[in-house]
Ligand binder design. Structure first.
Ligand code: MRU
Length: 363
């Protein structure tokens, strides 16, 4: 997608093709900066500190982390160290484990002399596959949007927009390009189906306010930022036609782990008869578990809850405390939405009910 008219991906290579760069998501929306990852340790740090985040992008960054490790030392020991270090960064997004397992299996079968080229090639292919999958999710999701728009009378020339609600950032910044939940939004906008997006701010790290609102703004998609707690009100008043979110790990049976707050959003959508869709690339499906209770939920530092970061009226960036000093806070980064609350899964192979994932992917 474009930033200031210039096409970017959330991760890309430069120089002789071995230089790996990412967009620094910790300083958006106030500054747009790219950062060079020089070592596997840099890649691990970028994932852990959320310089990059979002399940597909975490997987892509891990794949390039392995390539950087191979460039420095293509031995078995180096491969094992890199995979171990990268795997320990964040626990919930299954894309991380998927990418590392695939890279590890591929590279172990090769002599060290062939590993550098193979590791970069693997990472590049993973990125292209991600972009292709997201494009397909966009096409299938757009069919869903089109059906809903016809039912509610949006886009028929009277100025009524299709009102879409999303949570966190499942946008192009969370993937290599296009995003998952945002792919149908961008396609709808580009192809003339008028959409308006309710962007939930997504406490405590504000991926909605800082990243989704920024992305949509760059692309010219009409949107309104709302506090997370406003969702029930908007759903209850008929101001939302469809909800679509991303996922960090969806079980084989269709339980969905995503950014904390997704579950109450799904409950409120169900209570108000609003369709609730999840954009699920196959790389985010954990085929080894059925029950969402088995998904590890990341717990992050309490100070992400007790402090916020922003820019004051003089343009100075600063952290401020919003809770009494010493307040104990809990910071669960994800929750699990049970499959019964999911209207449909939008995948790169088509749309299915939560129970239909296995059939769609031949598992
Ligand atoms: O903690 P984050 O910002 O990595 O969480 C991101 C999300 O929850 C996204 O919705 C999910 O990774 C899907 S991204 C296409």
């Amino acid at each position: 997608m474009k930033v200031g008219g210039v096409p970017y991906r959330a991760i890309f290579t430069g120089g002789d093709g071995t230089e790996v760069r990412v967009i620094d998501q910790t300083v958006l929306p106030h500054r747009f900066e790219t950062l060079r990852l020089e070592t596997a340790a840099d890649a691990a740090r970028a994932i852990r500190d959320m310089v990059v985040r979002g399940a597909p992008l975490i997987g892509a960054t891990a794949a390039y982390g392995v390539a950087l490790a191979m460039r420095a030392d293509p031995s078995d020991a180096s491969l094992e160290d890199a995979v171990g270090m990268l795997a320990a960064t964040r626990p919930t997004a299954v894309n991380l484990r998927w990418a590392l397992d695939a890279a590890d299996t591929l590279l172990r079968g090769l002599p060290p002399g062939e590993r550098i080229a193979a590791a970069y090639d693997f990472a590049a292919r993973l990125c292209e596959d991600d972009v292709r999958a997201n494009r397909n999710i966009g096409e299938f999701g757009l069919e869903v949007f089109g059906r809903i728009a016809r039912r509610v009378g949006a886009g028929d020339g009277d100025g009524r927009r299709l009102n879409v609600m999303t949570h966190c950032n499942a946008g192009w910044l969370a993937t290599v390009d296009w995003g998952t939940a945002t792919a149908p939004i961008y396609l709808a906008h580009d192809r003339g189906l008028p959409v308006h997006v309710w962007v939930r701010e997504t406490r405590p790290r504000f991926q909605g306010a800082g990243l989704t609102a920024w992305e949509l703004g760059q692309h010219g998609v009409p949107h309104t930022l709302v506090p997370d707690g406003a969702a029930g009100h908007l759903l209850g008043r008929g101001r939302v036609d469809v909800v679509i979110v991303g996922t960090d790990r969806t079980t084989a049976a269709g339980d969905v782990a995503n950014k904390v707050g997704t579950y109450p959003l799904a409950l409120a959508a169900r209570d108000n008869g609003v369709p609730f869709y999840v954009a699920v690339p196959s790389t985010s499906v954990d085929w080894t578990i059925e029950d969402g209770a088995g998904i590890p939920i990341e717990e992050r530092a309490a100070d992400e809850v007790t402090r916020v970061w922003g820019v004051d009226g003089d343009g100075v960036e600063r952290w401020v405390r919003v809770a009494p000093e010493g307040t104990r806070a809990a910071n669960y980064a994800f929750d699990v939405t049970p499959r019964r609350l999911v209207t449909g899964m939008v995948t790169e192979r088509g749309v299915c009910g939560a129970e239909g994932l296995g059939g769609l992917f031949g598992r």
